[in-house]
Design a protein around this ligand. Structure first.
Ligand code: SF4
Length: 404
């Protein structure tokens, strides 16, 4: 097993943790987009016993345990191996980036269950060693349509159910280009053919960086029939969703106790697993009579169950004290900022960053506050690297909205 590393630009894994201000971060990738309730309960216990109890829900629908130390890693790995979550090596875990529709098999408006296709892709990424040359951030998604869809998320290769087949797409600089249709029985094969096609033209970068000739070569590696429909744009929805619920963690941070509570709520409501999503929210099935109570209890546990919650408007990294690069309590300040923004009816996107690196969001935001020396650089309509308007203290937040 490889030594601990803090190389930036890599996603942390179980075998390759990443150093942060609060210790090591270990990313756990589910298989098929879900953790069984037993597995989720064990992960909560491991987070509390071997880490510092902080758990991140990531934008790639994974879960991260924080605050680990090197001497705890062997025990953690042994436990995760028992759960079937340990890959054979760092390369395998790095390429196993498959996002799955969170309501697959739960949403009756989906024409079919897409999880077998996602599992087949996961298996191929694990077993086909030629695919281990894929760049570490190369990702695939399998969407089922229906009440919530992940088809609009950016991954290198996309499969999105439309009617009784999949639309097949590749990422470009302008988003996913849907190229044609493929039946479910051949969908995993098509996705893997595209991954091999990518390796024939590049071994670094992402699909969106290919020139037209290289892109056409990748597309030609996949056999498709003409498009019969375009995937719905979809996106995050929270609360009661028919026979399931969606519950978000503020800024993507769950505490071990909150995860335990979610597991108990899910079990009491008749669910068998927790589904992860790219929206830092989890989903699970509920009996018809249980959904409202589940949402009430989740709200009481400090989680987000409504789409119009002001905290969802704000992205924030952990900041101090979790991250040693920060001099500000980014998440505490982000909560106060969210409340002030909502009181002013502000609808723009907000990013509060502990420092100029901007880990929580790489895209521009309408309002950006990037920590420096105990205060914030104020930046508008840019990333944390945009031009600085002026410095602001946390007690000046109210004034930020008087000109917007
Ligand atoms: S943006 Fe800065 S403070 Fe926030 S997590 Fe990244 S390095 Fe740490």
């Amino acid at each position: 097993m490889n030594a601990v590393t803090d190389v930036k630009g890599w996603c942390p894994g179980i075998l390759r943790p990443m150093a942060s201000g609060d210790g090591l971060i270990v990313r756990v990738r589910p298989r098929g987009g879900a953790f069984s309730l037993e597995t989720a309960a064990t992960l909560a216990d491991l987070a509390a016993r071997l880490g510092n109890g902080h758990i991140d829900l990531t934008r790639r629908a994974n879960l991260q345990l924080r605050g680990l130390t090197e001497d705890r890693l062997p025990e953690l790995r042994a436990e995760l191996a028992t759960l079937g979550l340990l890959d054979p090596d760092t390369v395998t875990e790095a390429v196993r980036n498959v996002m799955v529709a969170p309501l697959a098999g739960l949403d009756p408006s989906q024409a079919f269950d897409v999880r077998p296709v996602a599992r087949a892709i996961d298996d191929a990424l694990t077993s086909d060693k030629r695919l281990h040359a894929l760049p570490g951030k190369f990702g695939l998604l399998v969407d089922g349509g229906g009440a919530i869809s992940i088809a609009c998320e950016r991954t290198d290769v996309g499969l999105a159910a439309v009617g009784d087949a999949f639309a097949f797409g590749l990422d470009t600089a302008r988003g996913t280009r849907w190229l044609g249709m493929v039946p479910p029985a051949q969908a995993a094969e098509a996705a893997i053919a595209a991954a091999h096609g990518y390796l024939a033209v590049a071994t670094r970068g992402r699909m969106r960086g290919l020139d037209e000739a290289a892109f056409a070569q990748v597309a030609a590696a996949v056999r498709l029939s003409p498009m019969t429909g375009v995937p719905a744009a979809g996106g995050r929805r929270l609360g009661l969703l028919g026979s399931a619920v969606g519950i978000a963690a503020p800024f993507g941070r769950l505490e071990a106790d909150q995860l335990r509570q979610l597991v108990k709520l899910a079990a009491d409501a008749g669910a068998i697993d927790l589904r992860l999503s790219p929206w830092r929210a989890v989903y699970f099935g509920v009996r018809k009579d249980a959904g409202v109570l589940v949402l009430e209890e989740a709200r009481g546990a400090g989680l987000i169950v409504e789409e119009n919650d002001p905290v969802l408007q704000v992205e924030a990294c952990p900041g101090a004290p979790d991250c040693k690069s920060s001099s500000v309590d980014a998440r505490g300040d982000a909560r106060r900022l969210a409340a002030i923004a909502a009181a002013h009816g502000y609808r723009g996107s907000i990013h509060v960053s502990g420092c100029g690196k901007g880990c929580a969001r790489s895209l521009p935001s309408d309002l950006v506050l990037a920590g420096k020396a105990g205060a914030y650089r104020l930046i508008r309509k840019a990333t944390t690297r945009g031009p600085v308007e002026r410095m602001v203290d946390a007690d000046e937040f109210e004034a930020l909205f008087q000109h917007d």
